[in-house]
Design a binder for this molecule. Structure first.
Ligand SMILES: [Zn+2]
Ligand SMILES: [Zn+2]
Length: 307
């Protein structure tokens, strides 16, 4: 079997197995106890976003990239084909992660781009599945930018499958409701501790922890937020109780009319988050204030009185 065939089989297996492991760990070591597996929005997130939308957009994005390649003929130059597969994967991984940090940060600052991202923030219970809730426009933009270079630069065909698997497995991890303690590693890689804060209902637009896989960008550019001893008070869109709960409603909501509020001076810029001491937590490259011991095991709860 070719490496491509291997990965075509390995990829869905690895994703399904990871999902089962995360579900089991969420039951055993919950970050927020009491969250249900079949929580609000489960059907839409699993069936419509994860299965249907991913499949349809996958075909569309593949078609678009093949069209670009047909017009440009770029893949025939085999610009990266001579590199070992691991080097290709590592290169695309780091470059894309840097891109997605900045695009994500921009989505929280620009009212038009926010329309492509607010669906992702609408989940009121964040778990292994919640990350799949991404508007079709956001997927089209991000995955075209992610996968087109692999094809156009002549990467080995299995690199895209390997990267797609990594995206899915890591994406489920950072959203999972698992009480993981990465300790000092949190400055390097992203995990649930940081990303669950990014979904906090308290500061929808305030913007911290934009990283997806690597946390070094947040650390370097001063957006890493890892408060000690507290947890987000809840998740979802702050003050947006009218935001649709259905897949179709969320898709259409991106095209609603803009109001003055969307363009107000406060949009996406307010760094004050009503939390005592929070401003001191704004780190620069000198590091975050988190100094918890490095433990990978789930453990007892941090106390914020909310869980
Ligand atoms: Zn976000
Ligand atoms: Zn997320």
């Amino acid at each position: 079997m070719s490496h491509l065939t291997d990965w075509a089989i390995l990829s869905p297996l690895a994703i399904a197995l990871s999902a089962l492991v995360y579900i089991a760990l969420e039951r055993r070591f919950p970050y927020d106890p009491g969250q249900q597996i079949f929580r609000k929005g489960w059907f839409d997130d699993f069936v419509l976003y994860t299965l249907v939308q991913s499949y349809v957009l996958g075909l569309a994005i593949n078609g678009l990239i093949a069209w670009i390649d047909g017009k440009s003929g770029l893949s025939r130059l085999h610009l990266v084909s001579g590199l070992p597969v691991w080097a290709q994967l590592a290169g695309f991984f780091v470059v894309h992660d840097f891109y997605i940090y900045w695009f994500h940060r921009l989505q929280h600052r620009n009212p038009v781009l926010w329309r492509t991202h607010e669906a992702h923030h609408s989940a009121e219970q964040v778990d292994w599945l919640a990350g799949s809730r991404s508007h079709a426009l956001e997927i089209m933009i991000n995955q075209t930018i992610e996968f087109a270079p692999m094809v156009l630069l002549g990467a080995a065909p299995e690199v895209a499958l390997m990267k797609g698997t990594l995206d899915a497995v890591w994406g489920m991890f950072i959203h999972s409701n698992i009480d993981v303690r990465l300790g000092a590693l949190q400055r390097v890689i992203n995990g649930p501790e940081a990303h669950r804060w990014h979904h906090s209902s308290r500061w929808r637009d305030h913007g911290f922890n934009y990283g997806t896989k690597l946390a070094i960008w947040d650390w370097m550019f001063g957006t890493l937020y890892l408060p000690e001893g507290r947890k987000p008070p809840g998740y979802g869109l702050l003050g947006e109780s009218t935001y649709p709960t259905s897949f179709l409603g969320q898709q259409l909501a991106a095209f609603r009319r803009f109001t003055k509020k969307d363009w107000s001076a406060e949009f996406g810029l307010d760094p004050r988050w009503n939390e005592p001491g929070a401003v001191q937590s704004l780190p620069r490259a000198t590091g975050s204030r988190r100094a918890a011991p490095l433990t990978l095991a789930a453990g007892s709860h941090r106390d914020d009185g909310t869980s």
